[in-house]
Design a protein around this ligand. Structure first.
Ligand code: PLP
Length: 385
């Protein structure tokens, strides 16, 4: 640390130099991010709530009401009247909370100590963190030919140690929705906790379904679903960090409760202690400001761009891995290794992301990727071809 205080102007100048090294969403060059620039209104609200701490909700009763209302509003489009949950830092924390609830529940009611979780091989790596932290073993279900969770594989992996089954509504790499209805039934029949990771798809599938897109039901209307991750800081246009975890029953929060002696509340179920109220306030603001109509329009435009990009990729000879269900297009060059193609694109200034299964370039069509950016990308891909 510097010995003497430094002038504000000098500090800002120095910080700006660092900031210039960052990529900007508005350049339209970031192709693989599942986050995007937050809406200006939600950023404004965020700043107004920077000092609120939901780790001590008795001191911030108003902001706690906001968090509860946000969870309730998200619950409305996930088919549940009274969900229990929190706005957390992101999908990772939400998934860890869900797995922790499942583990504790199974330990309390079934006496399972060396638990296992069944996740598809398409699951986000946050479940590996959860398993590591919670001392659980991961058993990986296969994918079918369409890169979705193979239902029979899940069934075959169930044992008397299974504490949770996980399925994905909007996979990280391909944006696909698992056969969640079938897996919900298996979980229910076997009395196993079922978590749906809709971190990416949670803010788009309900609106797409409402507009007539044929996507599977993935929410609390399925009786086996115990919890859902849904992230406002992805397709919800809220500022980072804003993840969401919703539980069907209060009991799932209760089994995680730890005494919190010096605070205004007696117990705490979240992983972190001190936590931002700003995320809840900013999410509340953007959800009110957009409404269902706003989110429908947003995803409608994005899906039109997705279709445009996919069709034009095929026209110029690229192989598209699968029909996009959500706003992700994954593709390969017919005669070039994926990494070689990725390098060529990086050299042209694109920030590329490569999927692992199958190996392919993946483009996540977030709100910052506009039609003109896609046309520029297609031009470059044509040149490369
Ligand atoms: N789940 C899914 C399906 C994701 O795609 C991601 C991130 O992209 C996560 C969880 C983790 O979310 P976060 O990076 O916000 O922790």
């Amino acid at each position: 640390m510097d010995e003497k205080p430094i002038d504000k102007e000098d500090i800002l100048k120095e910080l700006e130099e660092f900031h210039k090294l960052d990529h900007d969403y508005s350049d339209g060059r970031i192709l693989g991010s599942m986050c995007t620039e937050a809406h200006p209104f939600s950023k404004e609200v965020y700043c107004n709530f920077l000092d609120t701490n939901l780790g001590d909700p008795g001191l911030f009763e108003g902001t706690k009401i906001i968090e509860d209302k946000v969870i309730e509003s998200i619950g409305e489009f996930l088919s549940i009247k009274k969900p229990y949950g929190h706005i957390v830092t992101g999908g990772t924390e939400a998934n860890i909370m869900a797995i922790r609830a499942a583990r504790n529940h199974a330990r309390k009611y079934k006496g399972i100590v060396d638990g296992e979780i069944i996740i598809p091989s398409s699951a986000h790596f946050s479940f590996k963190k959860a398993a590591d932290m919670l001392n659980l073993k991961i058993v990986e279900a296969n994918l079918d030919d369409n890169y979705k969770t193979d239902v029979d594989s899940v069934k075959n992996l169930i044992s008397d140690k299974t504490v949770a089954i996980v399925a994905i509504a909007g996979t990280t790499e391909l944006g696909l929705v698992d056969p969640i209805g079938e897996i919900s039934k298996i979980a229910l029949d076997n009395n196993i906790y079922f978590h749906v990771d809709a971190a990416f798809g949670g803010f788009s599938i309900p609106f797409l379904r409402e507009m007539g897109h044929e996507l599977p039901v993935f929410d609390f209307s399925l009786p086996g679903v115990c919890s859902i991750t849904v992230d406002p800081h992805k397709m919800g246009l809220a500022p980072i960090p804003a993840g969401g975890i919703l539980f069907r029953e209060k009991e799932y929060l209760d089994v995680m409760a730890i005494d919190s002696p010096y605070l205004t509340v007696k117990t705490q179920s979240t992983i972190v202690g001190t936590r931002l109220g700003a995320s809840s306030a900013a999410t509340y603001a953007i959800m009110k400001y957009y409404g269902k109509k706003g989110y429908c329009n947003l995803i409608k435009n994005i899906m039109e761009n997705t279709k445009f990009f996919k069709e034009n990729l095929e026209k110029i000879g690229y192989d598209v891995i699968c029909e996009p269900e959500l706003n992700i297009v994954a593709f390969n060059h017919p005669d070039m290794k994926t990494n070689e193609l990725a390098d060529k694109l990086e050299n042209l200034g694109w920030k590329v992301s490569v999927a692992k299964c199958p190996v392919a370039i993946r483009v996540v069509l977030m709100n910052h990727l506009k039609l003109n950016h896609l046309k520029e990308l297609l031009e470059d891909l044509k040149e490369i071809y």
